[in-house]
Write a protein that binds this ligand. Structure first.
Ligand code: NAG
Ligand code: NAG
Ligand code: NAG
Ligand code: NAG
Ligand code: NAG
Ligand code: NAG
Ligand code: NAG
Ligand code: NAG
Ligand code: NAG
Ligand code: NAG
Ligand code: CA
Length: 462
């Protein structure tokens, strides 16, 4: 027989590796428009023990597993392809233990022929309990292809772990890619906790790890004008008219300073008797607070210059509204300092204890509302945000509020939430018209009396 005379030591050396340039499309898990940078092939004879596939700086996707003899295909076994794909796909380097696969008929001369393609990507691995940090270079943003929280082999994150924690190598949390994509896509850098409280526990008793495959792409922002330009705008509106504050496209109003009253005798003086212009020491104390609440972080907004809005600080004087504000680039891909990106929106946990109404106004002052959520990934993210900020899953207000019998989100989005804790909403004792998460510091969404003072979570647009 042609091959059987070779010893297995020799055969280890005989395993060889071909890298050829080639372009084709991925079949699994990568977006279909990601192009392969190379293709690889490992051919080995009979019974060697360990085989290494390697992609250098990219990640691989195994294409075929065949047994051959003298270039004649003996058989291909789909089961072995599945096994090898499961442990190798989307890794940079993969070791195959050849007793994982079985030759069709060990008595004939067979050799194993594995082909794979390499794709440009970064593969990050983080052991359970630690924090994954994804990072791109300056001016670049993360584009996530795939993620898995679970275990695909028995060597990764195995140091000091009992064998029993490493045996299950068919463990994956189904929504990992969705979660990591929502959290990190289009950010320059981002962190993700590799924890079961984030991803669910797909295999209790197994020590898991988080794998993320991502690419760094040039951010569009770098090709448009520098986003740091700040323009100061000064607007004056006479009493009885409507002020329209407006920034350019892609910009937002920040830090408005406002005065409603009169500071000189010329502004808004046309056709007015002197008596209405004499008092030049007239100003409404709360005007900045009001305008901040309605305009901060908006692209444009309107404010009525009227005493019914600001109060009347000087009865017989004809007043006017002055607003000085900055227009600043509101990049669609960044959150203000302190806020955390998730799925295209920015979130913040605020530990001040407020009743629901005051909490909602606090969020509005910051350009948002109490947080709404529309899927498991967002809900999980918000819970983790409270844990990261407060050190425990602190009870917190979110934007759900009951109007008569109908629940609504304060940000006006559609109320599609149904996953109340079992038995909730129970309107216990009456008046439980507001929604809290983390009731009893548990995974528990509850209706609660709105006048209770607890921390809260706000959401806003980037
Ligand atoms: C791939 O296609 C998707 C959607 O069609 C697009 O959003 C993405 O930017 C594309 N990626 C590349 C690398 O061209
Ligand atoms: C890991 O798995 C391989 C094959 O699947 C097996 O031969 C090896 O003994 C395992 N190692 C441990 C530490 O379980
Ligand atoms: C891996 O798990 C999935 C679902 O949990 C199951 O359908 C599949 O048969 C398992 N595969 C192996 C090789 O155990
Ligand atoms: C995964 O997502 C689906 C659809 O969004 C959802 O029904 C399911 O509960 C999620 N599973 C986990 C473990 O989060
Ligand atoms: C406006 O005030 C200035 C000085 O403060 C004064 O000289 C002028 O006469 C005033 N004009 C009117 C119309 O009251
Ligand atoms: C302006 O009014 C405030 C309070 O209404 C008063 O304290 C201040 O002395 C006044 N200033 C002048 C210049 O009249
Ligand atoms: C201005 O603010 C004070 C304290 O915050 C409040 O008591 C008062 O009612 C406000 N006045 C107006 C006109 O809103
Ligand atoms: C939390 O809310 C309080 C009260 O509205 C506010 O003063 C504070 O700035 C908020 N903290 C953050 C971090 O936004
Ligand atoms: C709340 O309910 C009242 C009475 O049913 C209704 O008039 C009002 O429009 C509702 N508010 C919203 C925001 O739907
Ligand atoms: C919320 O608290 C404020 C004081 O901070 C109070 O004026 C208001 O009435 C309270 N609202 C409710 C609904 O309890
Ligand atoms: Ca309740």
């Amino acid at each position: 027989m042609l091959c059987s005379g070779l010893s297995s030591t020799l055969l280890l050396g005989a395993a060889y590796f071909l890298l050829t340039s080639g372009f084709s499309r991925a079949q699994l898990s990568l977006p279909s428009n990601v192009t392969a940078i190379s293709t690889g092939r490992v051919i080995t004879f009979n019974v060697i023990s360990v085989l290494q596939l390697s992609c250098g700086s990219g990640v691989m996707i195994v294409q075929s597993v065949l047994y051959r003899c003298a270039d004649k295909e003996i058989c291909s076994r789909l089961h072995d392809l599945d096994v090898i794909k499961k442990s190798c796909d989307l890794k940079e380097v993969c070791e195959i233990n050849t007793n994982m696969v079985r030759t069709c008929d060990p008595s004939v001369c067979t050799y194993l022929d594995i082909t794979f393609k390499c794709f440009p990507a970064i593969h990050s691995v983080t052991c359970e309990g630690s924090q994954a940090k994804l990072q791109c270079g300056e001016g670049q943003v993360i584009v996530v292809s795939w993620a898995n929280f679970g275990r695909r082999d028995n060597t990764t994150c195995s140091d000091g772990r009992a064998n029993s924690q490493l045996q299950n190598v068919n463990c994956s949390s189904p929504n990992s890619t969705e979660y990591v994509t929502n959290r990190c896509n289009w950010q320059n850098s981002c962190t993700v906790e590799a924890k079961s409280s984030v991803f669910g526990d797909p295999c209790v008793g197994t020590y898991k790890y988080l794998e993320v495959v991502y690419d760094c792409q040039e951010s569009e922002a770098t090709s448009s004008p520098p986003p740091t330009t700040v323009t100061e705008v000064h607007s004056v509106t006479c009493e009885g008219s409507q002020a329209k504050l407006q920034c350019g496209e892609g910009q937002v109003i920040v830090n408005p300073w406002t005065d409603y009253g009169r500071r000189d005798n010329t502004t808004c003086s046309d056709g007015r008797p002197d008596s209405q212009l004499q008092n030049v020491n007239c100003s409404s104390p709360n005007s900045t607070e009001y305008v901040t609440k309605s305009c901060n972080w908006q692209n444009s907004c309107t404010v009525e210059a009227k005493s019914s809005v600001f109060g009347d600080p000087c009865g017989d004087t004809y007043k006017y509204l002055e607003v000085v504000y900055d227009c600043q680039a509101g990049s669609s891909k960044t959150c203000p300092p302190g806020w955390t990106w998730f799925g295209g929106r920015c979130f913040i946990f605020n530990s001040s204890q407020k009743n629901w109404t005051d909490a909602e106004s606090s969020c509005e002052t910051l350009g948002g509302h109490l947080a709404s959520f529309h899927n498991t990934a967002e809900y999980t993210f918000i819970r983790e945000l409270t844990h990261t900020a407060a050190g425990s899953y602190k009870e917190a207000w979110v934007g759900g509020r009951k109007n008569e019998t109908v629940w609504m989100w304060s940000d006006g989005s559609q109320f599609d939430f149904i996953n109340w804790a079992s038995g909730e909403p129970n309107n216990y004792g009456g008046g439980e018209d507001c929604m809290e998460i983390n009731h009893g510091e548990r995974d528990y969404v509850n209706d609660k009396k709105c006048n209770t003072n607890i921390p809260f979570v706000c959401v806003r647009d980037p």
